[in-house]
Design a protein around this ligand. Structure first.
Ligand SMILES: Nc1ncnc2c1ncn2[C@@H]1O[C@H](COP(=O)(O)OP(=O)(O)OP(=O)(O)O)[C@@H](O)[C@H]1O
Length: 488
């Protein structure tokens, strides 16, 4: 990677001699750098506070003390960019001391311009490569955490963008939306992309812990605090210290506990049950609810002051029926997960697929229980399927309603023969527009062709009578990328 790839590098020259500043500035500008200069450390700090620099050229004898040792003490705070020391004191001790304090290199005055050019170029390349590396590391870690959040809809894109922006901040987040829409998945992704990612993620289901136990579960207790407290016990808050505390179903938190939680959020302190010693806590709070909190506030069931404390930024997860374009990719994602989870020794790593009519049943159905219901339904039909292919007849065993419109699609050979044969018997499913049905049919045919060709796109395109390019466009449009990625 060459220096030319980067923007013009900026150098800050700190030297009290005006003539040297002028000459060095002119020389470095000719070398293609953008140069600013300062006569002492105070001016230098002012410039550094305003603009990032790629390199600092620092004379050690600076006013008012003209004491190299004093200038050296400022080195650690100046190390955000490489520092090259310039000095008339060609003193080996001083040079070693400067390097040990983090300076990149050392040039003795009078400065040899050729040497200056080489040393400056190396230092700037290193700095810019480091910046590039940090950027790449951040980019490559981002999709990892967000990959758990599957979906191609515009709404999921917005949520992913917001997660990336909010995660590295300390802002509190409230995730709202119907049950099973992925609020916990989002909260975990927020933690994994946060600066607290190496700390704990502690999830507390506020509705699942009996009201009288919630305080001791959260705050912990001291020996003797109540009958049965035979030793001190740490609470969930302490366990979350340094990480993220996820309060799930916060709308179900009892009112007395809400008062105590408010104090924790306001003051960052709490007392364990039966304890007199105040504990300090450093957590980032992410809360989730499927209730409409302002309604609970209006009904007196949720404290308004707590609502405003936890609200921070609100992320809303839409119902799956409002983003049906996510269904194909979710199905594919869960099938892959299930295939990987198959017991070893049996049909380990056998691929799992849905026959076209079965897939259409999944695509056409309404999912009031959202992603959780889709996942559970898939798990149960996969469990009773045979030879790694889920047939509509498998679904019918568990879902009485499965037969009607979709059954007529199950032409002989639809599951294992040409994917196009499935289209021949298509019937209008009630409740879906023609556009949606055409779309569903197209998705099921694409998925079926890709499954049958085991991800070979050229072969799938031939089977569908499409050009390879045409197939790729459709795969992209429907977010079916995962399916076709195995081979070609
Ligand atoms: N976008 C998604 N991508 C992948 N898996 C998802 C997604 N959304 C939800 N899931 C899966 O669906 C199930 C339910 O998700 P989750 O527990 O996050 O929902 P929730 O909104 O927190 O539900 P509840 O309100 O009932 O607590 C989990 O198994 C989760 O892994």
């Amino acid at each position: 990677m060459s220096l030319e790839r980067f923007e013009v590098a900026r150098i800050l020259l700190v030297d009290d001699e005006p003539a040297f500043r002028l000459l060095a500035e002119r020389f470095l500008t000719q070398q293609g750098y953008q140069v600013s200069s300062a006569a002492d450390l105070t001016q230098a700090r002012q410039l550094l506070a305003k603009t990032p620099f790629d390199l600092l050229l620092l004379d050690l004898s600076l006013p008012p003390l003209f004491d190299p040792a004093a200038t050296l003490t400022a080195l650690p705070e100046l190390n955000a960019q490489p520092v090259i020391i310039l000095t008339g004191h060609a003193d080996r001790e001083l040079a070693l001391q400067a390097i040990s304090l983090g300076a990149w290199d050392f040039i003795a005055k009078p400065v040899d311009p050729d040497l200056l050019a080489v040393v400056v170029k190396r230092a700037i390349s290193k700095h810019q490569l480091e910046l590039e590396l940090t950027k790449l590391k951040r980019q490559s870690s981002t999709p990892g955490a967000l990959q758990t959040l599957v979906g191609v809809s515009r709404q999921m894109d917005t949520i992913r963008t917001l997660i990336q922006r909010i995660a590295p901040t300390e802002v509190r987040v409230l995730v709202t939306g119907p049950s099973g829409t992925g609020k916990e998945v989002i909260s975990r992704a927020l933690h994994q992309l946060s600066l607290r990612a190496n700390g704990p993620f502690v999830s507390v289901h506020c509705g699942a812990i009996p009201a009288d136990l919630l305080e001791s579960e959260l705050f912990g207790y001291m020996k003797g605090a109540f009958t049965g407290a035979d030793k001190d016990r740490q609470g969930l808050l302490a366990m979350a210290n340094g990480g993220t505390l996820f309060l799930d179903e916060i709308g179900e938190m009892p009112l007395p506990m809400q008062v105590k939680m408010l104090r924790v959020l306001q003051e960052g302190t709490y007392y364990p049950v039966g304890g007199r010693e105040q504990k300090r806590i450093d957590v980032r709070l992410v809360s989730a609810t499927n209730a409409v909190l302002p309604d609970l506030v209006a009904q007196g069931k949720f404290r308004e002051d707590l609502y405003y404390r936890i609200k921070g930024i609100t992320l809303e997860t839409p119902a799956l029926d409002d983003r049906r374009e996510d269904i194909p990719l979710l199905i594919q994602h869960f099938l892959q997960q299930l295939a990987q989870a198959q017991p070893k020794g049996g049909a380990a790593n056998q691929s799992l697929t849905l026959a076209v009519p079965a897939l259409q049943w999944f695509l056409q159905r309404s999912w009031p229980g959202n992603v959780r219901e889709l996942k559970n339904t898939l798990e149960s039909v996969v469990a009773i399927s045979q030879h790694g292919v889920v047939q509509l007849s498998d679904i019918e065993l568990l879902h009485m309603d499965a037969g009607m419109p979709a059954q007529s699609n199950q032409l002989p050979g639809a599951a294992g023969g040409s994917p196009l044969s499935a289209a021949a018997g298509a019937e209008l499913a009630t409740g879906l527009s023609l556009d949606e049905q055409v779309r569903n049919l197209e998705i099921s045919l694409l998925m079926s062709a890709l499954q049958q060709s085991q991800g070979n796109r050229s072969q799938a395109a031939r089977a569908l009578g499409l050009s390879r390019q045409g197939l790729l466009k459709k795969i992209e449009r429907y977010g079916l990328l995962d399916i076709g990625q195995q081979s070609d």
